[in-house]
Write a protein that binds this ligand. Structure first.
Ligand code: CA
Length: 682
């Protein structure tokens, strides 16, 4: 989430910024910016053009290298000042395979070499840009690659890290920790259950959200034989894939090709790909590509010249400035066009301004009208923007087509981020019901949700229900099992499983977009580590043997995904319909019971579901609207409405209905549907 506490030793150096902070905004607003989409290197077999936007530079030089690291420059060339703040030079000859850097002189000082702000290929560790022909990186069939959208799908997001996903010895991945692990079609657990890509396909997720996979700084790509782990929230080159996830970080084309192969394989499996993007800060400031290109421009500063730091990582970028905004918009556009990315998750989106996010949506939608965009509607500190200008959760209703994570639902179920020992409604605690109902309706205004009793937001923040991401865990913070164990001591494994599944039942019956952290469906743990951003594989890796030892958990998650891919009852995608169709049934403070009833938005059929989740510590009666309901999925309740003590999914093989009134035992749930609808073969 917010406080990743990245180790940023040496990241803060203020000296040169002090000069540039004075009258910063006026000065920066007058800088010309390029009118065309900005590229810094245009390769052609006869000549290559290099250009850099450096409006404050006195001189700009280009260095050409034969190697991606080490060695002296083969040639140093002065760039010529042109229009719109740019400097450029065409260099004759076929330069494919060479590397380059820029260096600018500002205020009499050379600022250090940089691959530029917009490198699209780099050498090992990303210090030098590479001259390649992007066409050489396309896998076979790439021109036909695209995401398939089906009428009915779960819509669920699966958030994964490459190493978490494929380092386990308990599945036979060939390319452990690499992009290519997601292209392997026959990965199995030691007992022969499907793992890897096939697992994702069968699980029924719609989107695979990959944690930062652009080139980041904290992994030394020259030492891949040594175990290194980082989530990757420390950006270096935004428009290049990370080298450590490729099979050869020295060959610039390899990481690009392998990334595309990954996207292609996921698309072929019917999955969509979401990229986690971190435009809100850079790994370091002084040595960043931004600062070495136009010192002072790309970051926000306080009046005293020091850096603003709403990211908690040493700096915050200035999306409201024309070139930073253009950079972000065009970066998203580039990932969509060059890499066929289907969605974006914006890290600390609250640091960005609303206008930039709107422009991103506008441009992305032109490429793919169904592009999925969501973000963290918060920041680690207060960003240096007017409150109404920041793309915070409270402003999401003004950000059409952009969703945000709901900490309301999450914390009302498992307890607050700030105290991972404190439980909430999963422990049967009072005071959380309205926050969960808010999550169920997708964060919109609803006549039965009393926002004055919601834990954080006292007003609906979503205009449409698909602007809310419903979840109980993500990479940040404890994973679900650890969190439950930490906040509710002395649970048996059966009880822990039950609470895990009950929490996800509410996530998956929300009108928001359901989201899980990878491995929750395999009953993962992280050995109680709260912030595992650089913990070893032994903490972070998903243990695939759990696919066999916890098939009950997997089956339940799969059934939840299936439920959402039957029809549109759980993704009405229309606030007015949610207000009309979703009604909460009378229940105590620790039970959530609701009905979804109305005409299907796309078919002539009727939708009718009743969902009830009793998180209380005693039994509670459920009274149904009519006599016809039959059990679709139940935890702790069988098809006759009797209390049972099993975590196996109960569904009705019994040719009849549950009683109109029956008792839901403590920590149990039912999902019901009318018998008549069932018999029609839906
Ligand atoms: Ca890297």
């Amino acid at each position: 989430m917010t406080t990743r506490n990245l180790i940023m030793a040496g990241a803060l150096a203020f000296s040169s910024m002090l000069i540039h902070a004075q009258d910063a905004n006026t000065k920066w607003e007058n800088l010309p910016i390029p009118s065309n989409n900005w590229v810094e290197m245009v390769y052609n077999a006869k000549a290559t053009t290099f250009q850099l936007w450096a409006p404050t530079a006195e001189k700009v030089c280009l260095r050409l290298y034969k190697e991606g690291s080490n060695g002296k420059a083969w040639k140093t060339i002065q760039l010529k000042k042109g229009t719109e703040g740019t400097w450029s030079k065409q260099v004759e000859g076929n330069l494919k395979g060479y590397f380059y850097t820029f260096e600018v002189k500002v205020d009499g000082t050379w600022r250090g070499e940089t691959p530029g702000i917009n490198a699209r290929a780099v050498g090992v560790n990303g210090h030098r840009a590479a001259i390649i022909d992007l066409k050489d990186t396309n896998p076979i069939g790439w021109e036909n690659d695209k995401a398939e959208y089906r009428l009915f799908e779960s819509g669920a997001i699966y958030e994964m890290h490459h190493r978490d996903f494929s380092m386990s010895e308990n599945a036979n991945f060939k390319h452990r920790g690499k992009f290519l692990s997601l292209t392997e079609k026959n990965v199995k657990t030691l007992k022969g259950s499907p793992a890897g890509l096939e697992h994702l396909k069968r699980l029924g997720v719609s989107y695979v959200h990959i944690l930062p996979s652009f080139d980041y700084a904290s992994i030394d790509e020259t030492k891949l034989n040594e175990p290194q782990y980082n989530w990757g929230y420390d950006p270096l080159n935004y428009n290049v894939p990370e080298g450590s996830y490729s099979t050869n970080p020295y060959q610039p084309e390899v990481r690009i090709r392998e990334f595309k192969q990954m996207v292609q394989a996921l698309h072929e499996a019917g999955l969509k790909v979401v990229l986690d993007v971190v435009y809100n800060h850079t790994f370091n400031t002084e040595g960043s590509n931004f600062e070495r290109t136009v010192p002072g421009y790309f970051f926000r500063h306080k009046k005293d010249g020091s850096l603003c730091d709403a990211s908690g990582c040493g700096n915050e970028t200035a999306s409201e400035r024309a070139m930073m905004r253009k950079f972000m918009v065009e970066s998203v556009e580039y990932w969509m066009k060059e890499y066929h990315i289907d969605g974006f998750r914006f890290d600390l989106m609250g640091i960005h301004d609303i206008e930039t996010m709107r422009q991103i949506r506008f441009v992305a939608e032109k490429i793919n009208p169904r592009v999925l965009i969501y973000g963290e509607g918060w920041a680690a500190g207060t960003p240096a923007l007017q409150p109404k200008e920041a793309a915070m959760k409270s402003e999401v209703y003004r950000l059409k087509g952009i969703a945000a994570f709901s900490d309301e639902l999450r914390d009302a179920l498992r307890g607050p981020f700030s105290n991972d020992k404190q439980p909430a409604m999963l422990a049967g605690l009072l005071g959380n019901k309205e926050s969960i109902k808010m999550g169920i309706v997708g964060g919109i205004s609803h006549p039965q949700v009393d926002y004055s009793k919601v834990n954080y937001s006292k007003a609906p923040w979503a205009e449409q229900p698909n602007q809310l991401i419903a979840y109980v865990s993500c990479h940040d913070d404890m994973c679900l099992n650890d969190r439950i164990k930490n906040s509710i001591p002395n649970l048996s494994e059966q009880e822990l499983i039950r609470l895990n599944l009950l929490a996800q039942t509410l996530v998956f019956t929300s009108q928001g977009i359901p989201f899980i952290q990878a491995g929750e469906e395999l009953f993962r743990d992280k050995k109680m580590v709260h912030n595992s951003f650089n913990s070893p594989d032994s903490i972070n890796t998903i243990d695939w043997s759990r696919r066999d030892t916890h098939a009950d958990v997997y089956n339940y998650y799969q059934a939840l995904m299936n439920l959402r891919s039957q029809e549109l009852a759980f993704s009405l995608d229309d606030a007015q319909k949610v207000r009309e169709y979703v009604s909460f049934l009378p229940s105590s403070e620790t039970m959530i019971a609701f009905r979804i009833n109305g005409k299907s938005p796309i078919e002539e059929s009727e939708l009718d579901y009743v969902i009830a989740v009793n998180l209380g510590n005693k039994s509670e009666e459920l009274q149904l609207p009519h006599q016809e309901y039959r059990l679709i999925m139940g935890l702790g309740v069988d098809a006759l409405g009797n209390s049972i003590n099993s975590n196996d999914i109960q569904s009705s093989e019994y040719d009849g209905c549950v009683p109109q009134r029956f008792m839901l035992p403590p920590k149990s749930s039912v999902i019901l549907r009318p018998y008549s609808i069932e018999r029609m073969g839906n």
